[in-house]
Design a protein around this ligand. Structure first.
Ligand SMILES: NC(=O)c1ccc[n+]([C@@H]2O[C@H](COP(=O)([O-])OP(=O)(O)OC[C@H]3O[C@@H](n4cnc5c(N)ncnc54)[C@H](O)[C@@H]3O)[C@@H](O)[C@H]2O)c1
Length: 314
């Protein structure tokens, strides 16, 4: 049986690292597509030459043409531009929404049964655009953010308590931005609630650091943003889908009434399997948690309305 094919659009930091992580699984074939001629071809060739050393036979192909993506089971979309000095949020939104429209048009006609995993920021708005442009059922369009935000929170907690990251369970919901909602009541270390491990001030500090986790890395790197943890998060989602794991992870999916959210892509717990986002799991939330999630959803709504306004007629 042929290996499942995964296309990664955008062979930059996140895309190329996703390609490397997937190739090393020795279970998938990987196609890399980028607009800059030579980059996807060069990175795919370099990665294939690591195969004999790392012990994988994964087939890697790179191209500027989307033909290489034909028949993909999953398409991971990382193409976009970062915000440059002097560029407004609206300009970034318009530029990336235009890129996503073009890319999704191409991949949707070549891989009509694919599951789309969106990565490009602003994440929740780009997932909304991808869903609209592809015409795919909503369970086949997902955004990666919650797995990354939860991993950051888990890493900070593990370091604070000097315990294994494997003991720490956490779920960060909401939009991928300042309004994200770490669910403290559902955060546990070896099954014990986090508030029995840490005083409120320390927990608040870790929540703040999680919210600002992306910016902390941007400030350290000076150019570019995080990609090791983001690529690991993408791969966890892709594997949960293609191995039909039924794993529950926080993902940006379209809510139509769940959690009281209407017609928006927001991070919620989702069961992932071969069908994509097979089920949204509704946790019982307190009034405060629900209010925080609604505030986050309102921020996402504003972005989606801006996308509709800015891309009208394109
Ligand atoms: N959702 C998350 O949690 C998360 C985490 C990290 C990064 N991101 C986002 O992912 C995106 C990629 O980040 P990165 O660090 O890899 O950036 P990068 O600049 O290294 O890579 C982006 C790539 O996209 C390519 N590209 C641009 N337009 C294209 C087009 N029309 N078709 C094909 N390729 C095109 C560029 O040439 C570049 O190689 C950014 O929007 C970033 O903000 C999101």
């Amino acid at each position: 049986m042929a290996r499942p094919k995964i296309t990664i659009v955008g062979a930059g930091n996140v895309g190329a690292t996703v390609a490397q992580r997937l190739a090393e699984k020795n279970y998938y074939d990987v196609a890399l597509v980028d607009i800059v001629d030579g980059v996807p071809q060069g990175k795919a060739l370099d990665l294939s030459q690591a195969g004999p050393i790392c012990g994988y036979d994964s087939h890697l192909a790179g191209a500027t043409s989307f033909d290489v993506s034909d028949g993909s089971a999953v398409v991971v979309i990382t193409s976009g531009v970062p915000r440059r000095p002097g560029m407004s949020r609206d300009e970034l939104l318009t530029t990336n929404a235009t890129i996503i429209q073009g890319v999704v048009n191409e991949v949707a006609k070549r891989s009509p049964d694919a599951i789309l995993v969106m990565v490009t920021n602003p994440l929740d708005a780009m997932a909304y655009v991808a869903h609209r442009v592809s015409g795919f059922p909503k369970r086949r369009v997902l955004g990666m953010a919650g797995v990354l935000d939860s991993a950051r929170f888990r890493a900070f907690i593990a370091a604070e308590l000097n315990v294994s990251v494997e003991n720490v369970q956490a779920m960060v919901l909401g939009g991928h931005g300042d309004t994200m909602v770490p669910l403290i009541r559902y955060t546990t270390v070896a099954g014990r609630p986090i508030d029995e491990w840490l005083p409120k001030e320390r927990l608040d500090a870790l929540v703040k650091r999680t919210r600002e986790g992306g910016a902390e890395i941007v400030n350290l790197l000076k150019s570019g943003s995080a990609y090791y943890a983001p690529s690991a998060a993408v791969v966890e989602m892709v594997e949960a889908i293609l191995k039909d794991e039924k794993k529950i992870l926080p993902c940006a999916v379209r809510c139509d009434g769940e959690y009281g959210i209407q017609g928006l892509f927001v991070g919620v717990p989702v069961k992932l399997g071969r069908g994509g986002a097979e089920e949204i799991i509704e946790y019982r939330l307190t009034a405060d948690e629900r209010a925080a999630l609604m505030t986050s959803a309102a921020a996402v709504k504003e972005l989606c309305e801006a996308v509709d306004r800015l891309t009208a007629g394109t």
